[in-house]
Design a protein. Structure first.
Length: 142
């Protein structure tokens, strides 16, 4: 059998999910880890359009927020804080030990610090001297 490697810009989400499913199955096989699942909270306007939201995954005793976005006109009004509070509440109800998020230095670093996250690791080397931060909040210590 011959195999071909292809490059795909903006790949089909179903194909990415296929990879995730394979990784999750391997984690279950190697360490009896239960599958992680995904969550999202959305804020919608009167027409049902999304104006803000956060999403991520519940993963092996931790909750990771991969996306937090608030439309520009609603920023600074507490919506991001509300969304992150709901995600933290979900993590606590699930009895997770940590709550994690990533951001660039020029995006939301100060916001995450303000709501209780601390920098666990900083990765340098991105364009325009940007720094990518890995932040966490320990839930079992609170």
């Amino acid at each position: 059998m011959n195999y071909t490697i292809t490059y795909e810009a903006n790949p089909n989400p179903n194909d990415i999910q296929f990879l995730n499913d394979g990784i999750i199955a391997e984690h279950k096989r190697k360490k009896e880890m239960k599958p992680h699942d995904f969550f999202a909270y959305f804020i919608r306007d009167d027409q049902g359009l999304i104006v803000a939201g956060c999403a991520g995954d519940n993963m092996y005793g931790g909750l990771f927020v991969g996306q937090l976005w608030v439309t520009e006109g609603l920023r600074g009004k507490g919506y991001g804080t509300q969304l992150m509070s709901l995600a933290e509440e979900l993590a606590r109800k699930s009895q997770f030990r940590l709550f994690a998020v990533n951001t660039f230095d020029w995006v939301a670093l100060d916001f995450y610090k303000k709501i209780g996250f601390y920098v666990e690791f900083a990765r340098h080397g991105f364009d325009k001297d940007s720094v990518f931060y890995f932040l966490r909040k320990d839930l079992d210590a609170i």
